[in-house]
Ligand binder design. Structure first.
Ligand code: PRT
Ligand code: ZN
Length: 284
């Protein structure tokens, strides 16, 4: 039995649950009001916690693994292994100052008051730069601290940057890049390690299919060499003869960001009946 800690509610809850569900781990009837739920599909328990508590729970062995922002792992200082980047919850922790400030480098921070919920990451950064500042730990609404005179600058999570703009601040120093990660207790027994490696295998196949589409189309056989050059696929595209002579069916995996340009080029080569399908898993 492997116990997985995930965020009970908040930004990472839904995506953590849906990644686990895609991997065949769904806790029926589970919701964030329940602390512990037995999952179906694999011998797994889900433990719903506040994100701040997940690194410690995993380090102590209360949970075996957890899904949490890398920022929380770094801030906690707990000894856990980061076993997988999960590709969601991307954000950065940055220093931001009032818009009108003339920020000319980290030296600006010397003896300034900086409000943050991430004092550990910030003090490490400032120490590396040899800059001393007054770090004020506050739990929420960090972005209003400069406007109410509590701080000269803030060190906070930025995603789109909208919150900073709304509060008359500008991002001047990107210090820490974060995303949701899978962490594990470093001393898992072999049974737990095996369940974890099964889960990681499933995550890999789900994550590598992200941003990819499966494309099927019919093509005049004569255009095949040019079409193959356009669609390298994983090894090479699959090509099958059609009942109609002189035509083939081609199957390939195309990255979403190249999809429309490739389709345009394929149509120019005479491609017809193009089907673009969702790809759920890609197992290499
Ligand atoms: O209750 P619990 O303690 O579990 O949750 P929480 O309130 O501490 O965390 P939550 O749910 O807000 O965030 C969980 C994790 O999501 C964080 O630890 C990050 O790893 C990740 N994440 C990704 C973010 C953001 N993006 C984000 N934009 N966490 C917070 N924000 C906030 C930020 O604090 C700021 O107020 O959104 C605002 C900035 O967003 P933009 O888009 O305006 O720049
Ligand atoms: Zn939290």
């Amino acid at each position: 039995m492997l116990r997985i800690a995930i965020q009970a509610k908040g930004r990472l809850n839904e995506k953590s649950m849906s990644l686990l569900a895609d991997a065949g781990i769904s806790a029926s009837g589970s919701n964030s009001r329940k602390l512990l739920a037995r999952a179906e599909g694999l011998p797994v328990d889900l433990l719903f916690l506040r994100d701040d508590d997940i690194p410690q729970a995993v380090a102590m062995g209360v949970a075996d693994v957890g899904i949490v922002g890398l920022n929380e792992v770094a801030e906690s200082g707990e000894t856990v292994e980061v076993v997988k980047n999960l590709g969601f919850g991307a954000c950065r922790i940055s220093i931001a100052v009032p818009k009108a400030e003339n920020y000319d480098g980290v030296e600006w921070c010397r003896n300034k008051r900086i409000a943050t919920s991430y004092p550990v990451i910030l003090s490490k950064f400032l120490e590396e730069k040899g800059v001393e500042a007054e770090i004020h730990k506050i739990a929420g609404s960090v972005e209003i601290a400069p406007a109410v005179g509590m701080a000269d600058a803030i060190f906070d999570i930025v995603s789109s940057g909208g919150t900073l703009i709304q509060n008359g601040l500008k991002e001047v120093e990107q210090v820490f890049a974060s995303q949701a990660v899978m962490i594990a207790n470093p001393n898992l027994d072999s049974e737990k390690k095996e369940i974890l490696s099964d889960i990681i295998f499933r995550f890999d196949s789900i994550l590598s299919s992200k941003g990819m589409k499966y494309v099927l189309l019919n093509l005049p056989e004569a255009a095949l060499p040019e079409a193959v050059a356009l669609l390298p696929g994983m090894k090479s595209p699959t090509v099958l003869p059609l009942a109609e002579k002189g035509w083939v069916s081609m199957h390939a995996v195309i990255a979403e960001d190249e999809l429309w340009n490739k389709i345009k080029a394929l149509k120019r080569l005479g491609a017809e009946d193009i089907l673009v399908l969702q790809l759920d898993n890609l197992i290499n």
